[in-house]
Design a protein around this ligand. Sequence first.
Ligand code: SF4
Length: 266
Amino acid sequence: MATIRKGKTINISQEIIGKITILDNIQNTFSVICNNLTQTVFLLTESTRTSINDNGKALILNNVEYSKLNENDLIRISPSGKYEILYSIKSNDNLLFITEKCNSRCIFCPQPPKNVDDFEYYFNVNNSILDNLDKTVEYIGITGGEPLLAKEYLFKLLDKINNKLPHTEVQLLTNGKLLGNKEYFSEISNYITDKYIFGIPLYSDFENDHDNLVGCRNSYINTLKGLYNLASIGARIELRIVLNKVTISRLKQISEFIFKNLSNYF
Ligand code: SF4
């Protein structure tokens, strides 16, 4: 999820998502072009806030935050003044955040999952991001929570990525468990092309260690099935081992396990 920052809003009563554009090159002022084109939102500092009329919509930022804005960045602004850069033109680490839900409970999760109904909300946000992206974007990541849980919402986004951004490399971060389900895999494989790379963690050669670390029984077996399913269609896989006390103590064993059981497939 992108970093959420705080400014002050003027006359903004609903969430706004749009592309930042330069309004005035001389004064270096920005505005936001919203998807529905029915409103213009000015991005201002305390010293330039007087430049809008009484009905004007604006987000007021301090000078430091203002200086981080770039033309063609995508921004989301909430009425409370919280805002985030959804897509930064200068970053090579832009993400589509799919959901805060997850079907694991990893003990080292940097962003513990929430049981919220957010598939549709993030679908709409991500759809707006894709609407505003240029075909030349080289890379985009997909993450969560566990993105595969959003199923149809995710599939619609993959379809749009495949049609709108045919040359963009996509890294999909997942625990891989749903890929072990035959029916699920058969559906998602319709969208997988060689531009996708699946980032999947395997924490141990030893089932109990893996399952204890991710906080759910049967995770190890389902992730392995998912890896084999991906390998069966020649999908690109980035196997990830997060180093911690448990994984370090069996690093040699997991390396041998991967070499013996998985290296023929990847
Ligand atoms: S799979 Fe990822 S999002 Fe889910 S609990 Fe583990 S680290 Fe957190």
